[in-house]
Design a protein around this ligand. Structure first.
Ligand SMILES: [Ca+2]
Length: 366
């Protein structure tokens, strides 16, 4: 409740507690003065109320980040092993590196852009492969509940070392010298590139609400592209704020229903500025770009390349202001006429406020 609203309620209470029956008599001088003051303050408060309302409106839109919505532009489609339960996916020097999951089936793979398998190492049957990141000439592969991340040599595919962690492992990407990791919640942890310890935790929000079940990740600058479990969109997260600033609708590349229902592979090719996408059991992987189609800013929808929508938004804001000012003026006028007893009260109260000395003396003598 605004300060102006509280003032109006307080003044209304004063008015209702006033001796209304005395308003038409010259004996009610004190009330007439009070009524003039209250009426004036009500007019002022009404205008303050209108001003505060117009100031509050734009603030709502600034509370959350503007979210841009993108749609896919497919560059090419290539085959993908439809038996691969894809959990981690990255691009490096013309090759795809992939981590697959499920107990008894988890592996690390090197694949050509045409989908040909070049190399593969398998995890133990009791380990469930998850996210994959390239880091200082190594491939770091998470496991789901085993609490261990394996460090593989990129050139030889031999195991070099491992990290341990106290959490579920879902997605992983390299963020400068460090890592960003998901664990199935809305939190992303930034982990030290040397010992995998947690440096920071970023809570991810979409339109102000936690975005849970963040899964496969891809780091590009200060942005993290993330799959969300069972969602056809990719979310673009500003890692400095945790806010989703974009969504990419990938529904158009999903396979037939019942075959590979989960999108779970995002790999960025920096040389071509494109992304490769696939999913669990998907028969294809796709090189794509995306283009903006719309943008949310509070309740406003701005179509890409359509300036008229922005003008419409400005016009709507102006109409809202005019509407609020009109309501305030009508309210103030009605208050003044019915509660302040019309314009004559001002004249009368002025007389009451400044009685002539002779009148005062006569009343005192009587
Ligand atoms: Ca990735």
């Amino acid at each position: 409740m605004s300060v102006a609203t509280l003032l109006i309620l307080r003044l209304s209470k004063d008015l209702f507690n006033s001796p209304w029956s005395m308003v038409h008599t010259r004996e009610g001088c004190g009330f007439v003065v009070s009524c003039k003051i209250n009426t004036t303050l009500l007019v002022v408060c009404s205008l303050i109320f209108a001003f505060s309302s117009t100031l509050i409106s734009p603030t709502k839109a600034e509370d959350t980040a503007t979210i841009t919505h993108y749609e896919l532009e497919v560059k090419q489609n290539q085959s993908h092993d439809s038996s691969a339960f894809t959990q981690g996916f990255l691009f490096h020097e013309g090759k795809i590196y992939e981590s697959t999951g499920l107990y008894n089936h988890s592996s690390l793979r090197e694949v050509t852009l045409e989908g040909e398998l070049l190399r593969q190492v398998n995890l133990s049957d009791d380990e469930f492969g998850e996210g994959l990141a390239l880091h200082n000439g190594t491939l770091v592969q998470l496991t789901w509940k085993e609490g261990v991340a394996y460090v593989w040599d990129l050139e030889t595919f031999t195991l070099i070392s491992n990290y341990t962690y106290q959490d579920e492992g879902w997605g992983l990407c390299s963020y400068g010298d460090n890592f960003i990791m998901s664990n199935g919640t809305s939190d992303l942890t930034i982990r030290d590139g040397d010992n995998f310890s947690i440096i920071d935790t970023v809570s991810v929000t979409y339109n102000g609400s936690p975005l849970i079940e963040l899964n496969e990740l891809e780091c590009v600058g200060d942005f993290v592209y993330a799959n969300v479990w069972h969602w056809e969109w990719i979310f673009i997260i500003d890692i400095t704020s945790g806010e989703v600033i974009g969504t990419i609708d990938a529904a158009s590349i999903f396979p037939e229903p019942g075959v590979g229902d989960v999108l779970n592979g995002i790999a960025f090719d920096s040389s071509n500025d494109t992304f490769w996408l696939t999913g669990k059991y998907w028969p294809n992987m796709h090189e794509v770009n995306w283009r903006a189609v719309s943008s949310d800013n509070g309740d406003n929808i701005i179509q890409d390349g359509d300036d008229s929508s922005e003008n419409n938004s400005d016009n709507r804001s102006l109409l809202t202001d005019i509407y609020l000012y009109s309501i305030a003026i009508i309210f103030a006028t009605l208050t003044f006429i019915f509660w302040g007893n019309g314009f004559s009260d001002l004249t009368r109260s002025r007389w009451v406020d400044n009685p002539r000395a002779s009148t005062t003396n006569r009343e005192e003598e009587e």
